[in-house]
Design a protein around this ligand. Sequence first.
Ligand code: PLP
Length: 234
Amino acid sequence: MLFYFPEKMVKERLQAIRARIAAAAARVGRDPDGIALVCVTKEVGIEMIREAVAVGATDIGENRVQEALAKYRSMQAAAGIRWHMIGHLQTNKAKAAVGIFDLIHSVDNLRLAQEIQKQAQLAKKMQAILIEVNVSGEKAKYGVDASSLESLVSSISGMNNIMLLGLMAMAPFSDDPQRARPYFKMLKEMRDGLRRYNCGNIDMKHLSMGMSADFEVAIEEGADMVRIGSAIFK
Ligand SMILES: *Cc1c(COP(=O)(O)O)cnc(C)c1O
């Protein structure tokens, strides 16, 4: 007979991930406290999310607005959780997204930014966002093309209810995390270059990059937000 203790399991896995984050940070002389662990709970049940929060998870990442909405409502009691939208966001879901997310990582076109601005203004909210960049240039990937990034940033600089806090990207899928390194380097270079836009509603401080398979490489390359799902919950 096999017994599962999900709470213990999640706790141990979170501890193991934190230790790996700390080790990766130490390798490049960074402070691990400056790296946010976004626990990606897509397709993860509410009980498991509660367990994760009970053992210290503070940042929850979801990739579908509907699924996130249901979870957000049943987690209301757990104060202090920050909700992250990490998946592709359709313009017609912007209103719901503005209603629940502390940070939207996946803004990748002007029309979406304009709709977020409009909904945030109606909600009297300052909506924090990141721009998702298609660093690999693969056609099937979401994210703004590198060539259109600067004009999107420039447009957003005029949007009073949006706070642009940095960039997000996904490296192409690979069995070898080292293959992700050049893409992470590229994203950091783009972010560093865009710092000259820092002003009123732009503060290019965050780099959201790295998932279960490649977060250590991402941290070595400057990530300050890693989005980890399967290494904690599967
Ligand atoms: C699912 C997902 C993650 C987490 O992926 P894992 O490999 O499960 O850690 C991170 N970022 C985005 C955008 C995702 O959709």
